[in-house]
Design a protein around this ligand. Structure first.
Ligand code: BES
Ligand code: ZN
Ligand code: ZN
Length: 484
């Protein structure tokens, strides 16, 4: 387990690695000039010969030799304009590059950016994340300590926030990377209870009988074809004196086979990740509790598998959701919106200031925005701008899509209040319009993370596989609500 600690100044520090920043055209960042002076004149020529100019995320390593008390010095490029996300990414690339060394000293947090130490701690730890529990020969990162040279108390507070965020993101990634067979709804509910025991969050788990009692018709409909029973999980953070309130709702399909509207094999390969919304909500709640953010936050996670068993939901069936609305199910693969119908209905009953749902909801959103951008929808301009601003501050990429009222006719059903598919075009939008049926007039934002919940390749602080997307946006949003 890596620790982020306050380090001595460079004159007295020692470690396996020293990491210093360089901006474009070999403009030395904090500590780099010191390193070059200590190492000797040859370094500048050596870096140039390696075509290292300080472009974003370029890296060059030189041996420390007898000149410095570091085994090696890593120069990391930050480009022209350093911002928080550039710093996170640089720290992430460095974290990956130096993972075989035990002790790392850096000056990256000395760059003049708000919360620099938070970005450095987060990026470095998130970059070293690995999911290796099923490998016979795992090669875990060996870094034990990241020392922030000369860091003061406020930098260390920021670093602690970054560490807490990275832990929330790692929790979400672990849950998403876990194979579906190892994470039935009962298991994820137990994980929620552990998070509660660990952080003081209050946890309520509705078992199958309670789901019937509570009329979670959408969740029960999707669960009908699965052998593993569903669960509805609610976590609560209720700090004393808090005024603002928000409910976070996460889609928790532990495996999406499509149900009787079965997916083709290739489309199923990644469907253990269809509970990324629920995982993000769990990770965010852990961080919100540990950071003790003074806002009332409730998290709701409807958890089930979507399987084509003999008692499965059929196309043409009609379900009644928690809020009483009836749904004609024409495609059982549009199941996320069915379980969210209950989750959102429950959220409305809390009468919060704001509801945010997060879901790997539609392939259409991934087609529209590509794999690294989340779709953002909402029924309230203030709520939309609050979540957009939080995502920007957190360094998560989202883009607004419209809840076009005219398309509402696409999900009209002749026999029920609404149907669960809206035809070939605008699939992310018709899914959003469907969800709008279950939020009444509570300010609400819907995040479709079908793209960014997982990555095909590792890059800076993002590993291949589960990304933990959404954790940081939700934490930032709740922090912003505490300030406003
Ligand atoms: N879980 C999928 C959406 C998805 C697709 C997430 C690709 C991540 C990557 C969702 O339940 C689904 O199957 N949606 C259907 C909806 C359609 C039947 C209206 C889709 O997107 O094709
Ligand atoms: Zn589906
Ligand atoms: Zn799904």
């Amino acid at each position: 387990m890596i620790e982020v600690v306050a380090g001595e100044s460079l004159d007295t520090a020692n470690a396996d690695v020293l990491v210093v920043p360089v901006l474009s055209e070999l403009t030395w960042g904090p500590g780099a000039e010191w390193a070059v002076a200590a190492l000797g004149d040859w370094v500048e020529g050596y870096l140039s010969a390696q075509e290292f100019t300080g472009k974003a995320r370029q890296m060059a390593t030189v041996p420390g030799g007898d000149a410095v008390a570091f085994g090696r010095v890593v120069f990391v490029g930050l480009g022209d304009e350093v911002d928080a996300e550039g710093l996170r990414r640089a720290a992430g690339s460095v974290g990956r590059a130096v993972s075989k060394y035990a002790t790392v000293v850096t000056t990256l947090h000395q760059l003049e950016i708000d919360d620099a130490a938070e970005c450095v701690a987060f990026g470095f730890i998130a970059g070293q994340y690995r999911f290796d529990k099923y490998l016979s020969d795992p090669k875990p990162a060996k870094t034990e300590a990241l020392e922030l040279a000369g860091a003061d108390a406020s930098a260390m507070d920021a670093a602690q926030r970054g560490t807490t965020l990275a832990a929330g993101v790692a929790l979400a990634r672990d849950l998403v990377n876990e194979p579906a067979s190892a994470k039935p709804p009962t298991h994820l509910a137990a994980v929620a209870e552990e998070i509660g025991a660990d952080t003081g969050l209050a946890v309520t788990v509705y078992d199958e009988a309670a789901c019937v009692e509570e009329r979670f018709g959408g969740l029960l409909g999707v669960a009908a074809g699965a052998t593993n029973p569903p669960r509805m999980v609610v976590l609560r953070h209720e700090p004393e004196g808090a005024e603002a309130s928000v409910v976070l709702v996460g889609k928790g399909i532990v495996f999406d086979s499509g149900g009787l509207s079965l997916k083709p094999p290739a489309a199923m390969e990644t469907m253990k990740t269809d509970m990324s919304g629920a995982a993000a909500v769990f990770g965010a709640m852990q961080a919100i509790a540990r950071l003790d953010v003074p806002v009332n936050v409730t998290a709701i996670a409807p958890l089930t598998e979507n399987m084509p068993g003999g008692s499965a939901l059929r196309p043409g069936d009609v379900l009644r959701a928690r809020n009483g609305k009836t749904i004609e199910v024409l495609n059982t693969d549009a199941e996320g919106r069915l379980v969210l119908a209950d989750g959102l209905s429950l959220a409305v009953e809390e009468d919060p200031d704001l509801i945010v749902d997060i879901a790997t909801l539609t392939g259409a959103c991934k087609v529209a925005l590509g794999a690294s951008i989340g779709g953002l929808f909402g029924n309230d301009d203030y709520a939309i701008s609050a979540v957009t601003a939080a995502a920007a501050r957190a360094g998560e990429n989202v883009w607004p899509l419209p809840l076009e009222k005219e398309y509402g006719s696409l999900i009209e059903s002749p026999i029920a209040d609404v149907k669960n598919i809206g035809g070939r075009f605008g699939g992310a939008i018709t899914a959003g319009l469907f969800l709008a049926h279950f939020v009444d007039d509570v300010p609400w934002v819907h995040l479709d993370i079908a793209g960014p919940a997982r990555a095909d390749k590792a890059e800076h602080y993002i590993p291949k596989g589960a990304t933990g997307f959404g954790v940081r946006t939700m934490v930032a949003l709740v922090q912003d609500l505490a300030r406003s």
